[in-house]
Design a binder for this molecule. Structure first.
Ligand SMILES: C[S@@+](CC[C@H](N)C(=O)[O-])C[C@H]1O[C@@H](n2cnc3c(N)ncnc32)[C@H](O)[C@@H]1O
Length: 377
C-alpha cells in the first residue's frame, strides 16, 4: 500500500482489519519473516520496541506475543492511531501521532521497525538517519527497500492505467477492465491476500512518485555504524571462518551488496527460484538487469503521468531491451516480457479480446525486501 500521507487522506484509506486469530496463516508467515530476519519472537522478551508507520498493527500483534517491556507506535495517520489504540491496551503501549522527522525521545530502543515506510516518503535517507539515533548499541533496525528489478512487474501492472487511457477509455471503464485482468493474474500468485480493489487504489491508480528506495541507497546511511544482520529474501552467505572474518562493517556490507545485486534475476521474477544468477561471472551481466529495470521504472512513471504514444513507445522499447538481456538466462521472464509488449499493443489498438496478457499473467517480482541491521558502533 501507499506511504504517501496526502494520498491516504485523499482517498480516505481504510486499513484492512487484521485477522482475529493468531493461528491465521498470515500471522504464521509474518512470524517466519521475523525468523528470517534473525529474530525469534521469544527473544524480544523484556525489550523496548519502537515501530514507525505501523498501519493496522499487524506486526505488533505478533511481536507482543514475545512480551516486550514496552511498545511505542509512531504514526502520523489518525485512522491508524485509532485502530492501534483499540487493539493494544495496557501501560506498556505508547501512541505518538507524529511522522519520523518530528519524533524525538531521550529513550533508546532495542528494536526499531519500519515496514513499507521508507519507499514512498520524501528523502528516505534523511528519515533513516534520524530514526537510528534512537537505537541502543547492539540494537537492531528492521526496514524494507524496493529494488528496480523487484518492481518491474508492479511498474508494468501500473502501466495498465495509462494504456487504457491512451486507448481512449474513461477511468470507470478502464478500472473495470483492469480489475478483470488483475483478477485473472492474481489467481496465479501464491500467498496473495490483498483485495484487488485495494491493490488497484494502492498500486495502479496511486500517483506514487518516489517508491524506489534501494538497499544500496540505505547503505549510505548505515555503513557508518551498522552491519548487515539478515534479510528476506535471504540471499547472503559468508563462508569465511569466524577467526578470519574482516571486522570492518563497511567491507562486510559491501560483500552483502554485491551478492544482492547478483540476485537481480530472481528479484525480477519470483518464479525464478534457482540461484543460477550467482554464477554470473561478469559483473555487467547482473548490473545490466538492474540498470534496465531502472529505465523501465522511470519510463513507466513518465507514461503514467503522460499517456502519450511517445512515452508508450519508450516504455515498450525498455521492456524489449530487458527481455533481450534475460533471453538466454531465464526463458520464463523473457516470454512474460515479450507477451507484455504484445498484449499492451493490443490494448492501445483496442484489440484486446479477453482479459489475458499471456505469460505475463504469471510474472510477479519479489516485492519489498526486508533487512535487519545491527548497530555495531
Ligand atoms: C505502506 S503503510 C505500511 C503499514 C505497515 N507498516 C505494514 O507494513 O503493513 C505505510 C505507513 O507509514 C505511515 N507513514 C507515512 N509517512 C510516514 C512518516 N513520514 N513517518 C512515519 N510513518 C509514516 C502511513 O500512515 C502508513 O501507516
Amino acid at each position: 500500500m501507499s506511504t504517501d500521507l496526502s494520498y491516504l487522506k485523499a482517498i480516505n484509506y481504510k486499513f484492512k482489519k487484521i485477522p482475529n486469530k493468531i493461528e491465521n496463516l498470515q500471522f504464521k508467515l509474518k512470524e517466519k519473516l521475523f525468523l528470517s530476519l534473525g529474530i525469534p519472537i521469544k527473544n524480544i522478551n523484556n525489550l523496548d520496541i519502537l515501530e514507525f508507520g505501523p498501519g493496522s498493527g499487524f506486526t505488533a500483534k505478533i511481536l507482543v506475543q514475545g512480551n516486550p517491556k514496552s511498545y511505542t507506535f509512531v504514526e502520523p495517520y489518525e485512522e491508524s492511531i485509532k485502530i492501534l489504540k483499540n487493539l493494544f491496551k495496557g501501560n506498556k503501549f505508547f501512541f505518538i501521532k507524529k511522522d519520523i522527522l518530528n519524533f524525538n525521545s531521550k529513550k533508546k530502543y532495542d528494536y526499531i521497525i519500519l515496514e513499507g515506510v521508507l519507499p514512498g516518503i520524501e528523502n528516505p535517507n534523511l528519515n533513516l538517519k534520524h530514526l537510528i539515533k534512537y537505537l541502543k548499541l547492539g540494537g537492531v533496525v528492521i526496514f524494507t527497500t524496493t529494488s528496480p528489478a523487484s518492481f518491474v512487474s508492479d511498474a508494468l501492472r501500473r502501466s495498465l492505467k495509462p494504456l487504457f487511457e491512451l486507448a481512449g477509455h474513461n477511468k470507470l471503464n478502464s478500472r473495470k477492465k483492469i480489475k478483470k485482468i488483475l483478477e485473472n493474474q492474481f489467481k496465479n500468485l501464491k500467498g496473495q491476500s490483498r483485495n484487488i480493489d485495494n491493490w488497484i487504489d494502492d498500486t495502479v491508480f496511486n500517483p506514487m512518485k518516489n517508491i524506489m528506495y534501494t538497499f544500496g541507497e540505505s547503505l549510505k546511511v548505515l555503513n557508518k555504524r551498522f552491519e548487515y544482520f539478515a534479510s528476506s529474501p535471504n540471499f547472503f552467505f559468508d563462508h569465511t571462518w569466524y577467526k578470519q572474518r574482516n571486522l570492518d562493517n563497511k567491507q562486510y556490507n559491501r560483500k552483502v551488496l554485491d551478492l544482492y545485486q547478483r540476485c537481480s534475476l530472481s528479484f525480477l521474477n519470483s518464479q525464478n527460484d534457482d540461484y543460477s544468477c550467482l554464477n554470473f561471472k561478469n559483473r555487467n551481466q547482473y548490473v545490466d538487469i538492474d540498470i534496465k529495470s531502472m529505465c523501465i521504472y522511470k519510463s513507466h512513471l513518465k507514461f503514467w503521468f503522460n499517456p502519450s504514444r511517445k512515452n508508450f513507445n519508450k516504455l515498450m522499447n525498455d521492456v524489449k531491451s530487458l527481455s533481450i538481456i534475460v533471453k538466454n538466462k531465464d526463458k520464463k521472464t523473457y516470454l512474460a516480457l515479450e507477451d507484455f509488449v504484445k498484449f499492451s499493443k493490443r490494448v492501445v489498438n483496442n484489440k484486446l479480446k479477453n482479459s489475458t496478457f499471456g505469460k505475463f499473467d504469471f510474472f510477479f517480482g519479489r516485492g519489498l525486501h526486508h533487512f535487519s541491521f545491527i548497530r555495531v558502533r
